[in-house]
Ligand binder design. Sequence first.
Ligand code: AQP
Length: 336
Amino acid sequence: MTKRIFSGMQPTNRLQLGNYLGALRNWVKLQDEGDNQCLYGVMDLHAITNGHDPKALTEATRETAAAYIAAGVDPKRSYIMAQSSVSGHAELTWLLSSMTQMGKLERMTQFKDKAGKNAERASLGLFAYPVLMAADILLYKATHVPVGEDQKQHLELSRDVASVFNEKYAGGKEYFPMPEPYIMGTATRVMSLRDGTQKMSKSAESDMTRINLTDDADMIAKKFKKAKTDQGNVPASDKEGEGRPEAMNLIGIYAALSDTTSEQVMAEFGGQQFSALKTALSDLAVAQLSPITTRMSELMSDKAEIDNILKAGADKARELAAPTLDDVYKMMGFLR
Ligand code: AQP
């Protein structure tokens, strides 16, 4: 069976190493696997829910698309589009929002995390984020969604919304397939370089917490050199690494970049000073990321070309989505 895969990233800032190791490089593998049909959106509608700068959004949208392509997503085989250019995302969100209970949205931990103590001031968009995500997936009848740990709860809500629709408007038939989480064997959770208990994030305030896909070799070396560690040496086992999140994070990043396991990294570096691991890590990161960085900057030098790629992707995506949106309107009783 052909798997239809949907995923995306928010153009909230420049992509960081966690986006690459946890998602992007897996997308490329999925594109190259079997006869998967992959759609990778630049999720600009999601990106405005926490306040945004219009110019920065435009640039980040292009740069995110450039990162996808530079990392190996092929716009000829996979769909790459800006979410906002396919109006079905927003339309379906409205239709689905009327069958999503507030109580379910209130239980979403990401809303609680992102809204923080100031939930009263958070936007309706941030609260409704999971409904937009459900629409993103269902609009294309995606069967599989590569997700990180933090998105599992949202995917569960998408499944819930799909079954409510199927029950209410499709007479219990599976009009929307239940989207399955696609957990990649190599899925990695990359943590901040300054605090091993926080995930590396492109919108975290300090740039020193993350490696950006646009960082040059010197910057990568500087960030790893300054990465927080502890007084001890590199742990040689999980037991030695207990309660040492920063140390285990560097080991995890090394393992992910070198396609090995943390155990192998600990066998190689265990007992040595952190400086040895940090130097090796910088070299490895530079070797893996610099071709992507170079390609991104080539792509960004021709913005019209990126815009064309996004436009072509949106045209294809719109075509794919149109019959579903039309069905949904009709099934819900709208005159078409
Ligand atoms: N640190 C991470 N480790 C592993 N995977 C990660 N992802 C993000 N950070 C890490 C994965 O990247 C994809 C895109 O994420 P997103 O842009 O939708 O937003 P996010 O997950 O909230 O990522 P950021 O970088 O933290 O963005 P901001 O700062 O805007 O919130 C997802 O598949 C995610 O799992």
